[in-house]
Design a protein around this ligand. Structure first.
Ligand SMILES: [Mn+2]
Length: 261
């Protein structure tokens, strides 16, 4: 296995309603990327103490960070171009402020990672992402690999200043695309395969490195489509409480953290 000398983290914005999604995203990432030994940084957009504890117990090297919500609220109060419920979508600007790291892999909480992602390590400076499929000239912000050049507080201020002039109903995506579309490096679409688009194309999901569950989330649905079933299978096998209980019985968990069979 390659030795990684850079200080890399994965980062997510999490709230209580997305706990199953957070767990599947992180656990599937770790399962398929044993090269990754970095931190997991979760921005707390509304996690109960109980859910924080659950995450903390299941994942090692996990750190919670607060979000300066009042700053986002203040920007929102200057515009009326998008509904208030979209404010949390902008919280991922905080990824760019993780200045302790050389590389930040910013992830949505509705992803299933199905294969290794060492291609992300090719990003040193700049920003790596996939293009948005449904809107031309945009970046899909569900998977963003941020190199040192943009990991600073100036980038966060720049993005915040873009909320009023550029944000509309696709929220953070308009703003990030405005500043980075011309500059980004693009991964092939398998690194952020949009579920709803792929369902229409009747494409195979097992070839997708990352399935992005846009739309209604699998853990909120009664009737599952064939992509949701892949998510649910992973959740049941690798994440569900029965699995945790079994893992807790093995002493290795106590010694080395989360282990996968
Ligand atoms: Mn998403």
């Amino acid at each position: 296995m390659k030795k990684i000398s850079r200080n890399i983290c994965i980062s997510l914005v999490a709230e209580d309603g997305y706990l199953p999604g957070v767990l599947v995203t992180v656990v599937s990432f770790l399962k398929h990327n044993p090269w990754f030994t970095g931190d997991i940084v979760i921005f707390d957009a509304g996690l109960s103490k109980k859910n924080q504890k659950i995450l903390k117990r299941k994942l090692r090297c996990l750190y919670f960070r607060p979000i300066p919500k009042q700053i986002y609220d203040a920007e929102y109060s200057k515009t009326n171009r998008f509904p208030k419920r979209l404010i949390p979508a902008f919280y991922k600007f905080e990824f760019f402020g993780l200045t302790d790291y050389d590389l930040v892999i910013g992830l949505d909480t509705d992803l299933l990672i199905q294969s290794e992602l060492s291609k992300f390590l090719e990003i040193t400076n700049g920003l790596g992402a996939c293009k948005a499929i449904s809107i031309d000239g945009q970046i899909n912000t569900g998977v963003m690999v941020i190199g040192t050049e943009y990991l600073n507080l100036n980038t966060v201020s720049m993005l915040l200043s873009g909320i009023v002039p550029f944000a509309d109903k696709v929220a953070d995506q308009n703003v990030i695309s405005h500043f980075f579309y011309e500059k980004a490096s693009y991964f092939n679409p398998e690194y952020n395969a949009i579920k709803q688009v792929r369902l229409k194309e009747e494409s195979e999901f097992d070839k997708c490195r990352i399935i992005h569950y846009t739309g209604k989330k699998p853990w909120q649905k009664i009737r599952l489509d064939r992509a949701d079933k892949i998510w649910m299978k992973f959740y049941r096998r690798d994440v569900s409480w029965l699995m945790w209980a079994r893992l807790l019985l093995s002493r290795s968990l106590l010694v080395t953290g989360l282990k996968f069979s």
